[in-house]
Ligand binder design. Sequence first.
Ligand code: ZN
Length: 122
Amino acid sequence: MCRDENSNSDPRWRDLLEGRWRAQVKEVTELSLAYHAAAEAGEDQDEARRLMHRTVAVRRDLADTEEALRRLAVGEFGRCERCESAIPSVLLLDVPESRYCPRCAGEPASARHTDTVGLSLG
Ligand SMILES: [Zn+2]
């Protein structure tokens, strides 16, 4: 019913992305604090290392989310970066940071894009 192809500027995407952004900022902050505490205590290096890896991963997610917000701001959100077709809403709802349509995302990355992580549909 709602097959509006111009739904890219729909405010719900902003809400969704900002919600994720806030959660990720919070998580990065908490992880950073925990990491520094663990590193300073110097007793549990494994734990510190684990926290650091986790922090790096969440920071990457955060960067993806910020990139999606940027694309939203310039009106490119929801459009495949490779073939420029619309990315299905169901996919965006699940992974709002998606940069490629399922077809392009599914193709072996012969692309110059070195890094296509974060595109897995789970
Ligand atoms: Zn595509």
